[in-house]
Design a protein around this ligand. Structure first.
Ligand code: ZN
Length: 115
């Protein structure tokens, strides 16, 4: 079960890694300072990664408005559900809003129909 994590957390990690990639690419451009064209390409690429991460962060904000806040039955903390099944942000307890799926083994494929 450890390989699953709350979807919002996953997207957040993705956005954060985009920022890091952006900075690494921009930093890589410094090694090509003798050729301004290559350096510019690196800078623009790095900037694109950072812009992409900003878009992803914006997307998280949009998604957050669609989540349903519930109290986790396992750890008792409030958490957010996105889609039909998601995981508790604190203890990774699988949670569902669909009564038909209750008790069925957690599987992320239940979300695909809605995507
Ligand atoms: Zn929990």
């Amino acid at each position: 079960m450890a390989k699953y994590s709350s979807k919002i957390n996953k997207i957040r990690t993705f956005a954060l890694s985009l920022i890091f990639i952006g900075f690494i690419v921009m930093y890589g451009g410094v090694f090509f300072r003798n050729s301004p064209i290559v350096m510019t390409i690196f800078m623009v690429l790095g900037l694109l990664f950072i812009v992409a991460s900003t878009v992803v962060y914006f997307w998280i904000g949009m998604l957050s408005t669609k989540t349903v806040q519930v109290k986790c039955p396992n750890c008792g903390k409030p958490t957010k559900i996105l889609g039909r099944v998601d995981m508790c942000m604190h203890c990774s307890e699988p949670l569902t809003l669909d009564k038909n799926l209750e008790g069925i083994e957690f599987d992320e494929k239940y979300n695909r129909n809605r995507m």
